[in-house]
Structure formats: C-alpha cells, structure tokens
Design a protein around this ligand. Structure first.
Ligand SMILES: *[C@@H]1O[C@H](CO)[C@@H](O)[C@H](O)[C@H]1NC(C)=O
Ligand SMILES: *[C@@H]1O[C@H](CO)[C@@H](O)[C@H](O)[C@H]1NC(C)=O
Ligand SMILES: *[C@@H]1O[C@H](CO)[C@@H](O)[C@H](O)[C@H]1NC(C)=O
Ligand SMILES: *[C@@H]1O[C@H](CO)[C@@H](O)[C@H](O)[C@H]1NC(C)=O
Length: 464
C-alpha cells in the first residue's frame, strides 16, 4: 500500500510537471535597431507568432510594462557590466531584483540570466568577470529568496565556443580555461537549483563555415542525411541535435549528465551580404518551421543522447535589427521587418504543418557566390555620417582615394555619395583579405552591380 502511494505520488508529480512545463517556443526580443516598433506593438507581434515566452537582453521598463497582463513567460538579463559588482555585493543583487523583477507584479518573469555569453569575451578585463559569474548567480538566487520569489530560475547564456571540442558529439569537452574554474561550480549551481544550461546554438554558423563537408539538408532538418558517432554509437539526423549533444557530453564529462539544456538562441538568417552563403528567406523559414515542429512533437523527441527531453527554446530574433555590427547576416535574423510585416509566416506552436505554408521565394545563394563585388553607399545611409566614413576609408590603405581627388578619373560626378561609394569599394578591395568589411556602421552595402562608368573604374573584390 505504501509502495502504491509512493508510485501514485510520483505519477501525479510527473503529470503535473509535464502539464506546467511544455516546450512553448519563445523568441528573443533584441532591440538594436533605430526603426523598431514600440514595445506595445512588439508584444502584439510576439503574440501573433503564438510564442509562449520572450527573452530580453536588458530589463527595459517600457518592455516589461508592455508584457504585463500577458501570459508570456519572460526572461530578463543582468548586464555583463555589473556581474563583477553583484558577485561581491548581496545588497546590489537584492536591489537589482527589486527594481527589475519585483516592480513588475503583472509580468510573468520566470528566468533571470546573469550576463550574455560572457565566457566568450577574452580580454583580461573580461576574464576577471568570469570569476565573478557563478558567485553573481548565487547572489541573484539568494536575492530572489530574500524577496520571497520562488518560481524564477537563474542561469547564464553560453555560446558554443565554451567547448574546445564538439565533434564527434561524444567528444564534447569544455575549454580547459573554464572547465574546472567556472563550468564545474556553475553546473553544481544549476543542479542544486534545478535550473538549465542556457546555450546559444547556431547550426547556421557551423554549416556556413563548413558547407563543403556538411550537407545543407542536415542543417535544415530536411532529412536524408545521417551521421553515426563512432564514440557513442548514436545516429544523428540533423546538425542541431549533434551540437546539443556535444554540450550534453561535455557536462557529463564533468559529472553532470542530468542538467537540462535550454536553447537560449537559435535561428537562421533571412538575408546577408553577397559573400555569405545560404542566408535567405527560404532557408530561414525552413530551419525555423522544421525546428518548431520537432520541438513540439508529441511524444517529445529530445536528441539522441537525451531522448524524450523537453528542449525549451528562444528563437533569434523578433526583428531584423539594423544597428547590429558585423557582416550583413547579423542584421537579418528577424521574424519581422522593422515595419511589422512578417519575413515569412510561422506558427511557433508547431501546429501548422510545414507543408501547408504558402510557397517561399526560391533561394539563390545556396552555392557560394562567384564573381566580383563592390561596396557602395546604402540606400538609407545617414548623409551627416558619410563624410567621416569617407575620411576613415581613405585613411586606411595606400592611395585608396587617389581617383576621387580633383584630377582623378572618378572625381566626377563630384558628389559625396559617389565619392563615398568609390572610397568604400576601394577600401573593401584593399582591406578584405585583412578582415576589412563592407559595413561602415550601416552606411555601406555589397553589390554585384558594377558602379563604374566611363574612365572611372571602381576597385572590386573577386570571389571565391
Ligand atoms: C562597481 O564597482 C566599482 C568598484 O568597486 C565602482 O567603481 C563602480 O561604480 C561599480 N559599478 C556599479 C554599476 O555600481
Ligand atoms: C576530441 O577532442 C580533443 C580535444 O578535447 C581533440 O584533440 C581530438 O582531436 C578530438 N577527437 C576527435 C576524434 O575529433
Ligand atoms: C515592410 O518592409 C519590407 C522590407 O523592407 C518590405 O518588403 C515590405 O513591403 C514592407 N511592408 C509594408 C507593409 O510596408
Ligand atoms: C544622422 O547622424 C547624425 C550624427 O551622428 C545624427 O545626429 C542624426 O540624428 C542622424 N540622423 C538620422 C535621421 O538618423
């Protein structure tokens, strides 16, 4: 009888935890754009995706207020800059929780992430922060307790470069500079608090760096390709599972095989620069739709090394964000354009069959681009900033801007825009091999259309 009671009790427990903890795919609400909708409108857009959760990169008061009264579960983030201070100052942790969580009683804040990918920042100053990370997580956890809050989990986001080896997945190993000093105490903390390891996991990056050896179908969950890990004997049908399992095996190596994984960011860019392979609407829609179908499958599938587990996930990102630096893909991860139109329809509950969406524009960059590219002024460039960018571009290489001097072949038309396009192309062609990019804070874009005319020849970059 007693045994029966125990069994019934644990059965009830597992039913109730399954009922309250569902995949509920969420979205990352990044705000690095100067043209994004207001928070109230953005919250409507999040709901229109049928998202269950939303992750914020800062505890923005206007956004937290706009999320009030919705049933969206919210994740807020302690900025990297204050991790060190919080790690040694319980009062600061208490105050932070009061100001950014307790102050929003109508907002379902359920996760506090202490910092964003801090273990991927490598300066000496950043490394000092690493050592404060787990102490800061503990102080935030204690601050929740002090404030009488029980339902909130504490974590931190990691990027895949916390692993020094991720292939084959059974060989997954944390970097030696963090394994014992940071990861072990962190895993102990996550285990004690039944929290999650939050990992940013992008098959897109792995594939685009190795598109010659990794099949695109494998990265997009299209099936038809499998990989057998010789170490574990497990068979993989997609790249995401393989990457997640490498994290699982790394945790297992440190003695924590049971910590649940939370995909804090994943996604696929819907556009990018001409020299960036596979970044297009077709692949982005395919990746994200197949992903949400897999995450919401019943029964749950998990991964080969973690069969049947829930994989809670935040897709990156809500909007295309025009103020993110780096290559063009960085500004093209959105489900929405800044004007609020969807880039492609998606239902994050996974209930809409992938085959039932309207047809998508066929991809035209799934093979590497071959030919010349130039770097010209973007159509929405801020004219006030253009002159400084030209000065910068002309000051980097040798004779970069000789042709736009008064006697040069490209002096006419004598306009700022035309001189800037020449200067950007010239800079790009000289500096690309040394890491120079065609970006200039959003003032420049790549083009495959030769801007040269008459005697004025614009320098170009030839790919591959
Ligand atoms: C963090 O601590 C340093 C020195 O301990 C102090 O100078 C700084 O103002 C603190 N920063 C914040 C955000 O409180
Ligand atoms: C396994 O990982 C180690 C580093 O942790 C690496 O040196 C080794 O090459 C990896 N093994 C395979 C088969 O890739
Ligand atoms: C919104 O922006 C996108 C991308 O610039 C554009 O294709 C679309 O037509 C715009 N939609 C509306 C309603 O203006
Ligand atoms: C253009 O740049 C200037 C200088 O940075 C800035 O003051 C201005 O607000 C910008 N204009 C627009 C429309 O963004």
């Amino acid at each position: 009888m007693k045994l029966f009671n125990v069994c019934l009790f644990s059965l009830l427990l597992s039913i109730s935890s399954a009922a309250t903890f569902s995949p509920k795919v969420g979205v990352n609400y990044g705000t690095l754009g100067n043209n994004l909708p207001k928070p109230t409108k953005s919250v409507e857009l999040i709901k229109s995706l049928k998202a269950g959760r939303v992750k914020l990169y800062s505890p923005d008061p206007e956004i937290l207020t706009a999320l009030g009264g919705t049933n969206l579960q919210v994740s807020i983030m302690v900025p990297n800059e204050i991790i060190s201070n919080i790690s040694t100052n319980q009062k600061m942790a208490n105050d932070w929780i009061k100001t950014n969580l307790v102050a929003y009683p109508h907002t379902l804040i359920r996760y506090v992430l202490v910092g964003n990918e801090i273990l991927s920042f490598m300066t000496e100053a950043d490394k000092k922060i690493w050592h404060g990370l787990v102490p800061a997580m503990r102080k935030i956890q204690y601050a929740l307790k002090v404030n009488g809050i029980r339902k909130v989990k504490v974590g931190t986001t990691l990027a895949m470069d916390v692993l020094e080896s991720s292939f084959p997945p059974s060989n997954g190993t944390f970097r030696s500079d963090i394994a014992d000093t940071v990861m072990k105490p962190m895993l102990q903390f996550l285990s004690n608090t039944k929290s999650f390891l939050f990992i940013d996991c992008y098959p897109y990056f792995a594939w685009s760096q190795s598109y010659k050896t990794i099949s695109l179908d494998y990265a997009l969950f299209n099936g038809g390709v499998t990989y057998k890990d010789p170490g574990s004997g497990l068979t993989y049908t997609n790249l995401l599972d393989q990457m997640l399992d490498s994290v699982h095996f790394a945790m297992k190596k440190l003695g924590y095989p049971d910590i649940r994984i939370w995909i804090a960011e994943t996604g696929w860019p819907n556009g990018g620069d001409i020299d960036q392979i596979g970044a297009n609407v077709y692949n982005a829609a395919t990746y994200n739709r197949n992903l949400v179908q897999k995450l919401n499958a019943k029964p749950l599938v998990g991964t080969p090394a973690m069969p049947g587990v829930v994989l809670p996930t935040f897709i990156f990102a809500l909007f295309n964000e025009n103020q993110k630096g780096g290559p063009g893909t960085e500004r093209h991860w959105g489900q929405f354009y800044p004007n609020g139109s969807t880039v492609y329809p998606i239902d994050l509950t996974g209930k809409t069959l992938v085959s039932s969406y309207p047809p998508l524009p066929k991809p035209d960059n799934n093979e590497p681009y071959k030919g010349k590219i130039w770097c010209v002024v973007a159509s929405d460039a801020n004219m006030t900033q253009l002159a400084d960018a030209v000065t910068y571009a002309c000051g980097q290489g040798k004779g970069t801007c000789a042709a736009i001097q008064p006697k040069g072949n490209c002096y006419n038309p004598n306009s700022l825009v035309s001189h800037a396009s020449y200067a950007f192309s010239s800079y790009f062609s000289q500096m690309k091999s040394q890491g120079g990019t065609c970006y200039f804070n959003g003032l420049a874009v790549q083009t495959a259309k030769d801007p040269s005319s008459g005697k004025c020849k614009y320098p170009s970059v030839t790919l591959p």
